[in-house]
Design a protein. Structure first.
Length: 234
């Protein structure tokens, strides 16, 4: 199958290559199921190399990972995510990092996982910064967690806003700031985070009405992609 598929793909025009790749994928799962995973491993990178540049490797990896329109294949998805990540796709870096961290379709490799996650966060993936913040907090490094949560929160991730608000409300990894905590709860609540909405009233209990009004206006004015306002926060 693999030799025939490679020969056909090499002769196809760019338009027809999409159909060749799709047809070839239908024979990859049975090869792996038969125990000849080496053959499947040979097939995947060959097909990756054959597809035209505009072929969406990220989308194919995502479909294989979550089973969108096909049987989920973690071990094959890892290969496609790795290819896309090496070409600079930050979404693929995020997914590859998580799969390496969890051992999904690949042996656990925490060091490599963190390298890919750091790279994705540096390229602006808020969800990755949130994941790194959760990892840091679970590992007892609250200061690092705050830094990651802030990156994700300032990019608009409401889960990170809520997590960062909790850190400021309790003084974990950062000086306690009731005003900043209230602002973050309010900003996250306005964007649909239910736990943040429940936290707004208790967070504002020790603030004056004047302070709460100013912070509500600040939360209303703030937009993702900008730093949180420093005025009224201490």
């Amino acid at each position: 199958m693999t030799l025939m598929t490679r020969n056909i793909v090499n002769r196809c025009s760019d338009v027809v290559k999409y159909f060749c790749v799709a047809a070839a994928w239908a024979s990859v799962p049975p090869v792996a199921e038969a125990g000849t995973t080496g053959a499947a491993a040979l097939c995947v990178p060959t097909l990756c190399d054959a597809v035209p540049p505009e072929f969406d490797i990220w989308d194919e990896a995502r479909r294989l990972r979550y089973g969108y329109g096909m049987t989920a294949r973690d071990e094959v998805a890892v290969r496609w995510f790795r290819r896309a990540a090496r070409s600079g796709d930050a979404r693929a870096m995020h997914n590859l990092g998580l799969m390496l961290l969890r051992g999904q379709g690949v042996q656990v490799d925490r060091a490599e996982a963190l390298r890919w996650l750091e790279a994705a966060a540096a390229r602006g993936v808020a969800e990755t910064a949130l994941a790194l913040g959760n990892l840091a907090r679970a590992g007892g490094d609250d200061e690092a967690a705050v830094g990651y949560y802030r990156i994700a929160a300032e990019r608009g991730d409401v889960r990170a806003m809520h997590a960062l608000a909790n850190m400021h409300a309790t003084g974990r990894g950062v000086p306690l700031s009731r005003r900043l905590a209230f602002f973050l709860y309010e900003a996250a609540a306005r964007r649909g985070h239910p736990a943040a909405a429940r936290a707004v009233t208790p967070a504002g209990a020790r603030l004056s009405e004047l302070e709460r009004d100013a912070l509500r206006r600040a939360a209303d004015d703030w937009r993702p992609g900008t730093s949180f306002p420093s005025a009224h926060m201490r």
